[in-house]
Structures are given as structure tokens and as C-alpha cells.
Design a protein around this ligand. Structure first.
Ligand SMILES: C[S@@+](CC[C@H](N)C(=O)[O-])C[C@H]1O[C@@H](n2cnc3c(N)ncnc32)[C@H](O)[C@@H]1O
Length: 339
């Protein structure tokens, strides 16, 4: 963890102290000098160590320079021109951890890349490289490049998500979808069949305040974090977590709304999703990975077939393309009212 030490200095003395700190190499030039008390005219000067004659404080809400300096600018002098072009252009910040995908041909540069990222984001303390996500449990494959802290708390949309980035996935995408879900469901009974660590369940519980959410998760590791996130966000009175396979533990005939936020084989669970809805009807949010030519005909057809089999009717309410999943394949969502 980087220390964020600072000293507090009256504005009238600040320039003199700043120059002394620069000359003695103890000014932390990555952080900005901040006014903290306009009344008493005090400045907070970031420092790299304790300074004799001043009390040391730990700076809250530090502001950093260099945030937007590009990785290319930082590494330009150390690497070849063709390598510059392959440097990662994006990464995810999850709490204090940076997750980055590195082109395999730059394997020999991964430490340099990780160091550059830490310089760009001084509040982070660990960098891991992303080697993909696999299997039904969505297990991430990740290599730690710098640091050893893989458990963190990510803040998103007013919610806290605790997780270990080497053990469970955290989808930083789908932001629009998560926001959408956080606005619906007030006073309803909801079943989240593929809850993960609470990606949809937590924002819904925090913002929409449903009557109840039953959140089902098969992976014990994710289920553990789901339970922690329910307490962290203080929504124990709304969310009941269940560890198990949703084809077996999804309740029947009680939900106003069912979330099916899973891809690849989601259609295998449509019967359970539809059976969870109240006999008078309800809404499902059905996710699927669909080949481009079958967007949205295949997911709609699958919902209609499953509803027909259950003797129920379908009204398609909305269809959304969330993101490209792989070449020629889209992650889509269909909202359908089933009666
Ligand atoms: C993609 S993740 C959660 C995604 C989240 N809704 C999002 O958009 O980021 C899907 C979760 O479903 C869980 N899962 C997979 N099959 C399941 C099943 N049959 N029953 C319950 N959970 C399941 C996985 O372990 C994983 O945590």
C-alpha cells in the first residue's frame, strides 16, 4: 500500500516549505497540493516521509498528477516501436487492483507494463494479468504481476462488491444493464438465478428496494462473496442467498421478476425461470450469447417455446444487444412478460 503522508502548512509559508521539500527530494510530486481549510488558510503538502518540525497526516481524497499520461509515453524509451503498438490500451480497475490483458508477444515486458500501470494509478497496489474466464463457474485465470493483495472491495453505482479477482469474475461491463436493473423491482419478489457475487442483486436491493430477492449461485466461492456483499451493503432484510444449481433450487410460482444473467447455456434453465413466475404472470430478463444472424430471433423463439410448453403466453417487451461476446456473437438480453 502506498503511504499518503502529508503535512499541513499555512498558505503564507507554503511556497518556502515546498521549495525546501523539492530540494531535499521529499515532496511527493505524484500528488497535488490541496487547500484544506479556506478559513484557516491551510494547505496540505504531500510528502514521501515524515518531516521534522511538522506533524504528519494521512491524506484523505488525495488527487494525483500523471493519471492520464499514456502507457506508451511512459515506456517509449524502454521498448521497440513495434512493441509500443501492442501495448494494452485498456484495463479494469477493481478496487485497488488493476486487471490487464497483455498481448502474449509482450510477455517479456509484463513487469514493466505492470509498473507503468501502478505509476498511473497510485491508489492501486496490485496488478494481475487476465488470461480468460472459463467454465460454468466463470472461473478467472489470472497471473499476479505485482503485489499480493488479490481481495478487494470495488465501489460501483453506490454499492460495494468484495471479491478476490483470482477466484471469481467481476464483469466491469454491463454497466448500462446493471443500472437498468437497479431501477426496477420496487416492492416485487425477484429471483436472480445466476447471482454471482451480487452484480444485479446488490444494486437492485440497494436502489430499487424490492420486497424480497432470492439470489442463487452455484459456485461456493462466489456464494461466499455474495453473502459478504449482502452484509456489506446492509440488505440482509431483502436478499436471501441460496447456494446450489438453479435448475434444482429455484422456487416455483412466487416471483414477479426473474433475472437470468448467464450466457452460453441459459436456455437450459428457461423452464425453471418461467416456473418461478407467479401464476398470474411476471417478467423474465433472459440473457443469451447469440450469433449475429440470429439476433433476436433465436432468444425470442426459445422463450416462446418454453412458455408454450408451460401453457403460458409471451409478450416481448424489449430487446438489447449488450456487447460483442466473441467474433460474430452478441451478448443479448430479452425482457419478456409471461402470463
Ligand atoms: C456471469 S456470472 C454472473 C454474471 C452477472 N450477472 C453479470 O452480469 O456480471 C454467472 C454466475 O452464474 C453462476 N452459475 C452458473 N451456472 C449456474 C447454475 N446452474 N445455478 C446457479 N448459478 C450458476 C456462475 O457460477 C456465475 O457466478
Amino acid at each position: 500500500m502506498k503511504t499518503k503522508k502529508c503535512i499541513r502548512v499555512p498558505i503564507r509559508d507554503a511556497e518556502k516549505v515546498r521549495i525546501e521539500l523539492v530540494e531535499s527530494g521529499r515532496l511527493d510530486s505524484q500528488r497535488k497540493i490541496k487547500v484544506i481549510d479556506k478559513g484557516q488558510r491551510l494547505l496540505e503538502i504531500p510528502v514521501t516521509e515524515d518531516i521534522e518540525g511538522f506533524e504528519t497526516f494521512l491524506q484523505e481524497n488525495a488527487e494525483f498528477y500523471n493519471k492520464w499520461q499514456s502507457m506508451g509515453d511512459m515506456l517509449r524509451d524502454d521498448i521497440f516501436a513495434d512493441e509500443l503498438e501492442k501495448l494494452p490500451s485498456g484495463w479494469h480497475i477493481i478496487g485497488e487492483i488493476i486487471v490487464v490483458t497483455i498481448d502474449p508477444s509482450l510477455d517479456h515486458l509484463k513487469l514493466k507494463i505492470a509498473e507503468a500501470l501502478l505509476r498511473m494509478y497510485p491508489t492501486c497496489n496490485t496488478v494481475v494479468s487476465d488470461l480468460g474466464i472459463s467454465g460454468q463457474f466463470r472461473l478467472p485465470k489470472r497471473e499476479i504481476l505485482i503485489g499480493n493483495n488479490t481481495e478487494t472491495i470495488n465501489k460501483e453505482h453506490g454499492c460495494l462488491f468484495k471479491l478476490d479477482v483470482t477466484k471469481v469474475m467481476f464483469s466491469k461491463g454491463n454497466l448500462h444493464e446493471k443500472k437498468l436493473m437497479s431501477n426496477i423491482g420496487n416492492d416485487e419478489t425477484i429471483v436472480d438465478m445466476f447471482a454471482g457475487i451480487g452484480y444485479f442483486t446488490i444494486p437492485m436491493a440497494v436502489h430499487a428496494k424490492p420486497e424480497k430477492i432470492i439470489a442463487i449461485e452455484i459456485n461456493p466461492e462466489s456464494y461466499g462473496y455474495l453473502k459478504e456483499n449482502i452484509s456489506l451493503n446492509k440488505v440482509e432484510h431483502i436478499v436471501e442467498a441460496r447456494n446450489g444449481d438453479c435448475s434444482e433450487v429455484t422456487p416455483r410460482r412466487m416471483a414477479d421478476r426473474v433475472l437470468m444473467g448467464y450466457v452460453n447455456t441459459t436456455h437450459h434453465y428457461l423452464d425453471s425461470g418461467i416456473a418461478a413466475l407467479k401464476p398470474e404472470g411476471g417478467i423474465i430478463h433472459y440473457h443469451e450469447t447469440t450469433p449475429e444472424s440470429l439476433v433476436f430471433s433465436r432468444p425470442i423463439g426459445r422463450i416462446e417455446n418454453a412458455a408454450l410448453k408451460a401453457g403460458r403466453r409471451v409478450e416481448i417487451m424489449d430487446c438489447r444487444q449488450i456487447k460483442k461476446y466473441s467474433p460474430g456473437v452478441w451478448h443479448v438480453v430479452v425482457d419478456a412478460r409471461i402470463t
